[in-house]
Design a protein around this ligand. Structure first.
Ligand code: NAD
Length: 473
């Protein structure tokens, strides 16, 4: 079996130690993956440090051209990239294809943006000419999750490299292949060797070595709260800034004047896409008591009409990432109080019984302090409870430690804006949910959902620092 290698300084690097990559649809071994070590991380950081100064000295126009060429190459190779992610994660092939298209969009967007990303002139004192420069930080480390491997690569790498940084990325243990392939394509597109390096491996080994490396100037992380704290701790020891994109328990807040058909449509997609393994999954339904029955009935019908199967058959819902995740979801659902409206079990039957599947699940009447209302399930599980008035709705929406995304469903535009201000979340939608990648819109959390913002122009600020130049006239 060929080993998925690291990609360092423009070269594939294999090694003696491997681990197995498993297809969650049926448990078969896809192949071997290099078990990256601290030495691999060291080599990748050294390569990045060597390549970065020359890259940072290029004109923004050049970096923009390379980013655009890379975006085009990603689109040319989207079928291959989508297949890798669909096999590694179990996600439906059409969703993996969309992920590849969004990855290309990150490079298109930031490629265009960098051409018009300027400092300021500060005409405050006639005796001085004062201006600011936005300068790259140097070498940026990135550790990402397994749920959207292609998209998360684009989100982390595109703003980093267009601003003149180099990057060392550790993909998730389960999903190393698309990142390595993207790094190869990046060199083909014109990124100099050493600007984008990928080291696969186990989180506590390669990931921890990257976060603690003294040659890193910024540390980006997408993953769980527990690991986010470790990453931020290591980075703090080196006085390195971090961006943490962690979990969520995002609410839909549904008022009686909402278009319930539309709520059902978006709420279904918002929790079932990627089998619920999305940080911004809409996993709590807060519904006014007067429309609860109507909405739950629509959702039950919608959940029960979804198809499950391996990613390659392009169902609505693939398996979860692993048996371990399936056990976690099962445990949380079994411990939940409330009324199971639909789902709540692992599907059995010929092919599904072999995979890490879980049925689309809706649980009503859940108490605010229940584990299933407070904690991220990371599976296709929507919990609901009712409210009587706006204040109660806001208190429930803000009633968890997470604060990543939210949606307000109402035809009353004053209420929409009032609630958008009162709900604690990094993004608030009104009468919609999700922006199809949302490349252009700042994204990130409050509270335990993390800190810092990715996507949009704010990401350019995150990967650069301001230098102020003061010239006496
Ligand atoms: P995880 O924290 O276990 O793993 C994420 C990454 O961290 C992986 O690459 C893993 O190898 C690495 N890692 C693990 N232990 C490490 C250590 N000790 N040191 C350094 N790196 C280590 O998370 P997960 O279970 O893979 O992903 C699911 C979580 O990610 C969920 O909580 C989800 O909400 C969150 N997530 C957040 C966003 C967002 O943008 N906010 C996006 C996707 C996923």
């Amino acid at each position: 079996m060929t080993q998925t290698p690291a990609f360092i300084a423009g070269e594939r690097v294999t090694g003696a130690d491997s681990y197995e990559n498993v297809d969650p649809a049926d448990g078969h071994v896809i192949g071997e993956v290099l078990r990256g070590t601290a030495e691999h991380i060291d080599a990748a950081v050294a390569a990045a440090r060597r390549a970065q100064p020359e890259w940072a000295a290029t004109k923004p126009e050049h970096r923009a051209d390379v980013a655009q060429a890379f975006a085009a190459l990603v689109l040319e190779n989207v079928e291959e990239l989508a297949r890798l992610d669909s096999e590694d994660t179990g996600k439906p092939i059409s969703q993996a294809r969309t992920d590849g298209q969004v990855t290309a969009r990150y490079f298109t967007f930031y490629g265009r943006a960098i051409d018009s990303y300027y400092g300021l002139q500060l005409p405050v004192d006639p005796a001085f000419h004062v201006y600011t420069r936005r300068e790259p930080l140097g070498v940026c480390g990135s550790v990402i999750a397994w749920n959207y491997p292609l998209q998360l690569f684009g989100r982390a790498v595109a703003p980093t490299v267009v601003t003149g940084n180099a990057v060392v990325l550790k993909p998730a243990d389960e999903t190393p292949r698309s990142a390595v392939r993207l790094a190869e394509l990046a060199v083909e597109a014109g990124f100099p060797p050493g600007i984008i390096n990928v080291v696969p491996g186990i989180g506590a080994e390669a990931g921890a070595a990257l976060a603690a490396h003294p040659g890193i100037d910024h540390m980006g992380f997408v993953g769980s709260n527990a690991v986010g704290k470790l990453i931020a701790g290591s980075a703090a020891d080196n006085v390195v800034p971090t961006t943490l994109e962690l979990g969520g328990k995002s609410p839909h807040v549904v008022f009686p004047d909402a278009d319930l058909d539309r709520v059902a449509l978006f709420a279904t997609k918002g929790i079932l896409q990627n089998a619920g393994q999305t940080c911004s999954a809409g996993s709590r339904l807060l519904v006014h008591s007067s429309v609860e029955d109507e909405l739950l009935e629509r959702l039950r019908a919608s959940f029960e009409s979804t198809t499950l199967g391996p990613g390659s058959s392009d169902p609505d819902l693939g398996p979860l990432i692993s048996r371990k995740q399936q056990d976690r979801v099962t445990g949380m659902v079994e411990r939940a109080s409330g009324r199971v409206v639909t789902g709540g079990t692992r599907p059995t039957g010929s092919s599904l019984g072999d995979g890490a599947y879980f049925s689309p699940t809706l649980i009503a009447g859940v108490e605010q302090d229940a584990e299933i209302f407070q904690e991220e399930v990371f599976g296709p599980v929507l919990v609901s409870r009712t409210f009587e008035d706006e204040d109660e709705a806001v208190a429930l929406a803000n009633g968890t430690d997470y604060a990543l995304m939210a949606a307000v469903w109402s035809r009353d535009s004053s209420r929409v804006h009032r609630l958008a201000a009162r709900i604690r979340a990094g993004q608030v939608y009104a009468n919609a949910y999700g922006a199809g990648g949302g490349v252009e819109y700042p994204f990130g959390g409050f509270g335990k959902s993390g800190y810092g913002r990715e996507k949009g122009y704010e990401s350019l600020d995150a990967y650069t620092a301001t230098k102020t130049v003061l010239v006496s006239l």
